[in-house]
Design a protein around this ligand. Structure first.
Ligand SMILES: *Cc1c(COP(=O)(O)O)cnc(C)c1O
Length: 404
């Protein structure tokens, strides 16, 4: 039995009030809340073994190094990564994608093609545009339909020997669509293209298996899966990580430095220049422990119940339209009511203690596709309840009455 009342006790922030009302936090696709088990890991680090890693001979440094490397192994196990040095600690998804895009500067040639899906977050568009500008490669867009599903036949037609790289999110943060990444990866590999999957929005809901997917790169942000901000991972296949040049130069990423020539450290250190977010990396591991103790299957099942319930209740409101109606989706609902500006609805909901996101959700091309300025987005986590869905629905009705 999924015990949401018990789970909610792990999240101190869920007890607070906003504008005199109990907080109803429905902005989980932007960042998740942090359970006390993860907060404890952070407090423990700064209270007991804060030190720089990988260099000190002293006890604290060794303790911190051990914990940091154990966290890497937790991430490795969670995502079923073959080798622990294929897990690169980053500050998050944005950092991870930029690292790969930068590396491909020395691999792509003029006229090579790179494919991006039509439903990407800006962080999975802009670095590739910059790459295309630097290299003369051509960026092409895999289109989607009104439901928010990629047109796989068009994708098939776009694939050729010219395509060197395909990038796509596992789950769309703006629409909730779960993309058929197994197919996307296999089809790209058939023409010899590498694939980067942005897993930022999938990681809170789906436990992805790197070896089974056979993906080349996969990115995650810890703050979306109950971990801290400023921590995340890049998974890369060993042969790709060896091929890519380092992203940043500095301490920790070198084997030997002279003024004539520097040789680089082995993986993963080649991509981990400077003092990393040590506490953040360790807490990322703690967050995976926490979520795995609940279980990703139970989480997905419960969130699906919330999604179905909220979809049904919201659609009972006259004039409400949901954007993103893919058959396969996570617990994200993007909507508008008639011509009311999403910002106005969000402001009234905030007065009622309800936190939603309004705007383009860092995915402007999706808004252009639907010819809307933005949406109201409610995104549900496993610690939300049906009662909170009811409060949202009542709030939206109230906002509609005030604004129409
Ligand atoms: C949140 C998100 C990102 C950006 O992640 P950061 O943690 O801000 O680097 C990228 N892609 C998707 C799909 C996201 O949901």
């Amino acid at each position: 039995m999924f015990n949401v009342a018990k789970i909610r006790k792990d999240f101190p922030i869920l007890n607070r009030q906003v504008n005199g009302k109990p907080l109803v936090y429905l902005d989980n696709a932007a960042t998740s809340q942090t359970p006390k088990q993860v907060i404890d890991v952070i407090v423990d680090y700064y209270s007991n073994y804060n030190a720089n890693i990988h260099r000190g001979v002293h006890a604290l440094s060794q303790e911190a190094t051990d914990k940091y490397e154990q966290a890497r192994q937790k991430i490795q196990r969670h995502f079923n990564v073959a080798k622990s040095h294929e897990v690169i600690f980053t500050s998050g998804t944005t950092h991870a994608i930029n690292l790969v895009a930068n590396g491909f500067s020395s691999i792509l040639k003029k006229g090579d093609e790179i494919l991006v899906s039509a439903m990407e977050h800006h962080s999975n568009i802009v670095p590739w545009q910059m790459l295309a500008e630097r290299t003369g490669a051509v960026l092409k867009v895999i289109p989607m339909n009104q439901e928010g599903e990629l047109l796989m036949n068009t994708y098939q037609e776009m694939l050729s020997e010219k395509v060197k790289l395909v990038f796509c999110n596992h789950v769309s943060n703006a629409l909730g669509t779960i993309n058929p990444i197994e197919k996307i990866i296999n089809m790209a590999h058939d023409v010899g293209a590498a694939v980067l999957i942005d897993g930022a929005q999938a990681a809170p809901h789906i436990k992805a298996d790197m070896q089974k997917l056979d993906v080349d790169f996969y990115t995650v942000s810890a703050h979306k899966i109950c971990g801290p901000t400023g921590a995340g991972m890049l998974y890369g296949k060993e042969e790709w990580l060896n091929k890519l040049p380092p992203y940043q130069g500095g301490g920790e990423m070198i084997a030997e430095v002279t003024f004539e020539k520097t040789t680089y450290a082995d993986l993963p250190h080649k991509f981990e220049a400077g003092t990393p977010n040590i506490c953040g990396g360790i807490a990322f591991g703690g967050a995976l422990d926490y979520m795995n103790a609940i279980g990703f299957e139970s989480i997905a099942e419960y969130e699906h119940e919330l999604l179905d319930y909220a979809t049904k209740k919201l659609l009972e409101i006259d004039g409400l339209k949901i954007y993103g109606t893919a058959k396969n989706k996570t617990s994200v609902i993007s909507f508008n009511i008639d011509n009311i500006h999403p910002y106005d609805i969000g402001t009234i909901l905030d007065k009622l203690g309800i936190a939603v996101r309004t705007g383009h959700h860092c995915a402007q091309p999706i808004m252009d596709f639907y010819k809307i300025p933005g949406t109201v987005r409610a995104s549900f986590s496993f610690y939300n309840t049906k009662e909170e869905v009811d409060i949202l629905v009542e709030g939206v009705k109230r906002a509609k009455n005030m604004l129409l």
